[in-house]
Design a protein around this ligand. Structure first.
Ligand code: ZN
Ligand code: ZN
Length: 334
């Protein structure tokens, strides 16, 4: 597979050079002449690349609408298309389950592989616990993250796991955008001015979003939220909310019976009135808990991908994050 990609790319590269064109994909039938062909993974990378690259980029997402990023695997046809693009931008922070294998395969082709999450320090579940006084048994009970630490055998997941959901933190999203901007400048230095200007405008919006989150959480009645999938750990660190989750960092991690009982107990203690679901993750267990504690459901968008409806109605990272903020505000109200 690797060899085939290599040969195909070499052929296309040769054709491109013969035609005097700088783009390796110049001869492909689906290529937009003169634009950089870029494949991205999670939705924020697609949106940021479009915003920063503007008229000079043609951006496509590897992910179909509304998928959950952790377990999705692109087809070999998509992989072949990526190998012929100018760049493949992925987060590299561990959310793209297919990434390691894909990057290995793509190394045999000419596509530039860009890790947008480069330089971002990931939170580990361990750190997220320490934030809430893991050392003190009583403090830990107070803010239990839906799993019990009393007995070793209750730990059926890896506690050293890193939280990959960095894009939901507007400050870290800015870092993703900066890395994308830097790579676009490397690919097409002649458009540095435009890329930088577009990036600065995005950065301004992200800074405002950060302020809005801060203000909303500061003014909230309570700090605890109950979510289906543990995608909001960075809001704990950044804004001081406390996330209780039914499923793990990856939605495939389901709680044990004992953890379930703990979630229900803690949710009742904190007078949790809403369970936050996600449009791209379904969870029967979360439904059961919702009924058990008599809560209502709210829907948050984790932005691992975008739905068809949201895309067609012109929504983007910023507008969807503002919707998330409204949901959060409601969830934090008494
Ligand atoms: Zn813990
Ligand atoms: Zn996730």
């Amino acid at each position: 597979m690797k060899k085939t990609f290599g040969l195909a790319s070499a052929f296309i590269l040769a054709a491109g050079l013969a035609a005097g064109c700088s783009s390796t994909g110049a001869s492909g039938d689906q290529k937009d002449n003169g634009k950089l062909d870029i494949y991205t993974t999670i939705y924020p990378l697609e949106d940021f690349t479009k915003k920063i690259g503007g008229e000079y980029v043609n951006v496509k997402s590897v992910y179909p609408p509304n998928v959950e990023a952790h377990t999705y695997e692109p087809s070999s046809k998509t992989m072949a298309e990526i190998s012929e693009a100018d760049a493949f931008i992925y987060s590299g922070v561990g959310v793209e389950g297919f990434a390691d294998k894909a990057v290995n395969t793509l190394k045999g082709s000419d596509v530039k592989i860009v890790k947008a999450g480069e330089g971002i320090d990931l939170l580990s579940q361990e750190e997220e616990h320490e934030e809430h006084g893991h050392e003190e048994e009583s403090a830990h009970e107070e803010h239990d993250h839906a799993h019990d630490h009393g007995e070793a055998e209750e730990h059926d997941h890896d506690h050293g796991d890193k939280d990959p959901h960095v894009w939901l933190d507007p400050v870290l999203a800015e870092k993703l955008a900066e890395n994308i901007k830097d790579e676009l400048v490397k690919l097409e230095p002649e458009h540095k001015k435009t890329f930088t200007k577009n990036y600065e405008s995005l950065k301004k919006d992200l800074k405002q979003l950060d302020q809005d989150f801060k203000q909303t959480v500061d003014r909230a009645d309570k700090k605890e939220i109950l979510v289906s999938h543990a995608a909001y750990g960075y809001w704990e660190k950044r804004y001081g909310i406390k996330q209780m989750s039914v499923l793990g960092l990856s939605p495939t991690e389901e709680p044990s019976q004992k953890e379930l009982e703990n979630i229900v107990k803690t949710a009742k203690e904190h007078n949790i009135k809403y369970v936050i679901f996600e449009s791209n993750v379904s969870s029967k267990i979360s439904e059961i808990i919702k009924n058990e504690i008599g809560a209502e459901s709210l829907t948050m968008k984790n932005l691992e991908s975008i739905s068809k409806e949201d895309k067609e109605s012109g929504k983007d990272y910023l507008t969807i994050m503002k919707e998330n903020l409204s949901v959060l505000k409601k969830a934090l109200s008494n």
